[in-house]
Every structure is written in structure tokens, then in C-alpha cells.
Write a protein that binds this ligand. Structure first.
Ligand code: ADP
Length: 458
């Protein structure tokens, strides 16, 4: 079935239209495209018609010229129309859908899976933040007949949202990265975050891949699944004994500034024997090796050979601001400022602690947002990771992280093993100037929530 037939069925009209791509942005329309006017988009219908587009809209008050009537279709709710359209388009194509949810690492795992699968298959992934009830169906509409995979990032901030994204996309494979403190503002407890993320499970068609060491996720049990659905766990070999089952075990992680070596152990189904392999990759940090193993576990569900995977992971390209190395004016910055939560702060500081030990290490940390009523305590709790880290100067910015500053300066600074300076700043420019003035070979970690825009320091 083509897109035209699906639209005509949904609108209950005669099948005599011929659309090209679907868009919700009137600025990027070309002749024959379908413009779905969502909310304010209803104000751009004239513009869309001038471009020669078909239009779906849901604002009754918009006046439509008689001459354009055959290109314009009114629906009760444009978003609902888009969701139904995307669901039908998905059902109609033979594309394997991979859905990714979890508190931290979704974008990273998405990029990793995309990079590995692209070595053998044709497919697409969610772009930017198109990961909600509007962005996800639009992403599905980008699928073409000859695509073999589509990787969907699934975002949420409350109950019911993942359920809806699951209903629309019915993923063949779902990945759940972890359960952290993000979105506590709405969901209150991590138990609730777990419940909300696992709303995906009933919609998965084939395989669920999870971080099996996560305190909450480890409770997911294959016995709870119906009709032959599989559970694959990614586990750390330090914490788990190897078992010849469906799971993937990673361990023996060694990394420097540019590369990481690690071991992967699993039971190879094709060769019916235990496989133990050493891999090398350009991504850093133990959390990223866990992320990468989740991605490899997905690639294995596609039957990809070890040799191709091994080659592909040497050069993973991650989205900007995910532990991204930037060199500017003789200073090395590690820009991890895309977002921050207690869990990702910990991972970031731990990884930073392990690298560049020949340089002066400065950590610039900003507020973590959306943490709900315990936010100040969660900022103060970061002290335990910083105290043990190999960080020499700690620069803090933001009203919430001030509580961490106040907690840490109470202690005599000589009590810290590596820290020789802790400072709180009111302005980002002051941090920038301070770093420039320091006369040492330095490397600067930058991490905070998106709203803090800490990358402006670079
Ligand atoms: P998301 O898309 O879920 O917001 P990202 O992939 O953009 O996550 O990563 C955001 C930050 O989370 C990264 O910069 C990193 O510091 C941290 N992170 C990534 N993966 C993990 C993980 N598995 N566990 C904890 N923190 C992680």
C-alpha cells in the first residue's frame, strides 16, 4: 500500500491524490508534498498552498479558498491524524523498528546502533529531539520502501507517553538503557520512572535488550513476556558470572584519551559455542562500553558478523556535546554539556578522572534540572564522587549546585586528595576568563543540564 492509499482510507475520500514527502514545516515544502498543520501550523496554510502542497488542518476557523478545496482536508485533530497515518505506514512496510528508551544514554545508543547497522544495512534514525508524540510519528513517515531499519528514540516525562509511542511504532526490538533520576519532577519516584519506561514492553514484537545490572531493570523477567518474545541482558563481567545464555557480558575495560579496549563474551548461536573477543573503540568511559554492548546486542539480533561489528566500532560518531573533545586556544575541553542527571554526572566525572592524568584537570559543573523536590540534596550528593576523583579544580555554576559548593567548602580543602580549588561563579564569562588565566596545561570537563548552556564557556 502506498501513502496515497493510506491517506485516502483515513480521510475516507476517493484515491486521486499523489503526495511526495510529509512535512509539518511550511518553509520546507515542495510541490506535491503533504503539509500537516499542527497547532500554529494552521496559520501557514496559504503559504503551503502557494508551494503546491496538499494540506491537512484542524482549525475550523481557517478560511479556505474554493479553488484549493481539492487539496485541503479538515480533520478533528491533526496530531491524532499524523499518529494514525504513521502507524499504518509502519504496519505496511517491512522495516525493522528499534525503539530506545531509558533515563540516560538514549541518543548515544541510537548513534551507536545506527553506526554499526549502517555498515551492512540501509536505514534511518531519529533526528534531533523528534522523540515525542509528534516527532516520533514524523520520523516514521520518513521511512522508505527500501529501508531495512529505523531507530527511534523515545522520550517521556510522564505516564502514558511511552505507551502511546509503543502503540504507534510497535518496535521489533526495544532497548532500555537505565532508570535514573530524570523526570522526577513529574513522576516523583524512580519506581514510577521504571513503570513509565517499561510501558514499551507489551508492544515489542521480538526482542527486549536491557542493561541487566540496573537496579530496577534487572527485575524484568522473560517469564512475564508472552508469545516467544526474547529478553537479552547486557551484563558487566565484574559483577556477574558468565553463563552460556542469550546475554552479552562486557569486561576488562582499559582506556586512554583516545581509545578503549574491552572484552565481550557471549554464547554464539550460529557457531553454538562461547565467543570471547577483544574490541577496540574510539568512545570513552565505562558507561559508553555498556551503551556499546547494548548496540552490539542489537546488531547481533540482525545477524551481523563479528568482523564487521569489530571494524565499525573503531570509529563511532556521536552527536555533539556527548563527551566531545574540542581543542581551542591550546586548551582541551571535554564537552559533555548536552544534559545532566545525577547518574550521568557520576559517569562523566568517573571517566574524566581516568584520563589526561598528565594535565591539570578542571571540572566545570552546572545545575541538573527537573529533579523535583530533592534537587538540592541530589546536587550535594555529587560530593562523594568528586572527593575521590582526580580533579584539581572544581568550578560550579547555577543556583542549585551552589548547595554542593556550600557543602564542600565547609570541609578543609587540604582534606581532599586531589582538589586544590573550589569556586562558585555567578557568571559563565568569569569561568571562561579564569580558565584562560590559569597558566598550566589543562583539560576542562563541562557538564550541566541543557538549560544551563555551559558550552558557552568554550
Ligand atoms: P539521552 O538521549 O538519554 O538524554 P544521551 O545519550 O544524550 O542521553 O547522553 C546524555 C549524557 O548521559 C551523556 O553525556 C553521558 O554523560 C550520560 N550517559 C550516557 N550513557 C549513560 C549510561 N549508560 N549511564 C549513565 N549515564 C550515561
Amino acid at each position: 500500500m502506498d501513502k496515497n492509499k493510506i491517506i485516502c482510507d483515513l480521510l475516507n475520500i476517493k484515491n486521486d491524490i499523489n503526495i511526495n514527502k510529509v512535512s509539518m514545516n511550511s518553509k520546507e515544502l515542495e510541490n506535491g508534498d503533504l503539509f500537516i498543520a499542527i497547532r500554529g501550523g494552521n496559520n501557514f496554510i496559504d503559504e503551503a498552498l502557494k508551494q503546491g502542497a496538499y494540506v491537512i488542518y484542524d482549525n475550523k476557523d481557517v478560511n479556505i479558498n474554493k479553488e484549493n478545496e481539492n487539496r485541503v482536508f479538515f480533520v478533528e485533530d491533526s496530531i491524532e491524524f499524523l499518529q494514525k497515518f504513521a502507524k499504518k505506514w509502519r504496519e505496511n512496510l517491512n522495516v525493522k523498528i528499534i525503539g530506545i528508551t531509558g533515563s540516560n544514554g538514549k541518543t548515544t545508543v541510537k548513534d551507536m546502533i545506527y553506526h554499526i547497522l549502517s555498515a551492512k544495512f540501509k536505514g534511518k534514525k531519529t533526528e534531533g529531539n523528534y522523540n515525542n508524540h509528534i516527532g516520533l510519528p514524523f520520523t516514521l513517515m520518513r521511512m522508505e520502501q527500501d529501508d531495512e531499519f529505523m531507530i527511534l528514540e523515545m522520550g517521556m516525562s510522564d505516564f502514558g507517553e511511552i505507551d502511546l509511542l509503543g502503540q504507534i511504532s510497535e518496535p521489533n526490538i526495544a532497548v532500555i538503557t537505565n532508570i535514573g533520576e530524570s523526570h522526577l519532577e513529574f513522576l516523583k519516584t524512580k519506581e514510577n520512572v521504571f513503570k513509565a519506561k517499561t510501558e514499551i514492553l507489551p508492544y515489542v514484537k521480538e526482542t527486549v535488550v536491557i542493561n541487566g545490572d540496573d537496579f530496577y531493570l534487572k527485575n524484568i523477567n522473560e517469564n512475564n513476556f508472552e508469545n516467544g518474545k526474547e529478553l537479552v541482558k547486557v551484563l558487566n563481567l565484574v559483577e556477574n558470572e558468565f553463563n552460556a545464555n542469550k546475554n552479552f557480558y562486557y569486561g576488562d575495560i582499559k582506556f586512554d584519551e583516545n581509545n578503549t579496549n574491552f572484552e565481550l563474551k557471549y554464547f554464539g548461536r550460529k557457531c553454538q559455542s562461547i565467543v570471547e573477543r577483544n574490541y577496540n573503540t574510539n568512545v570513552l568511559g565505562e558507561h559508553n562500553i555498556l551503551n556499546l554492548t547494548l548496540a552490539i546486542a542489537v546488531a547481533k539480533q540482525f545477524g551481523m558478523e563479528d568482523k564487521i561489528i569489530c571494524e565499525a566500532i573503531k570509529n563511532i560518531e556521536l552527536t555533539d556535546m556527548r563527551f566531545q573533545k574540542i581543542e581551542k586556544d591550546g586548551i582541551i575541553y571535554i564537552n559533555d554539556a548536552y544534559n545532566a542527571s545525577p547518574m550521568s554526572m557520576q559517569k562523566s566525572i568517573e571517566t574524566f578522572s581516568e584520563i589526561y592524568n598528565d594535565k591539570e584537570k578542571i571540572a566545570v559543573l552546572g545545575d541538573m534540572l527537573e529533579l523535583g523536590e530533592n534537587e538540592l540534596q541530589l546536587h550535594e550528593d555529587l560530593a562523594q564522587f568528586i572527593e575521590n576523583a582526580k580533579v584539581h579544580r572544581l568550578y560550579l555554576y547555577g543556583p542549585r549546585i551552589k548547595s554542593l559548593y556550600e557543602k564542600m567548602v565547609k570541609k578543609d580543602i587540604s582534606k581532599y586528595e586531589n582538589l586544590k580549588e573550589i569556586e562558585y561563579f555567578e557568571k559563565k564569562d568569569d569561568i571562561k576568563n579564569k580558565i584562560k588565566r590559569l597558566d598550566s596545561e589543562k583539560v576542562v570537563l563541562i557538564k550541566g543540564s541543557r538549560g544551563m548552556k555551559l558550552e558557552e564557556i568554550i
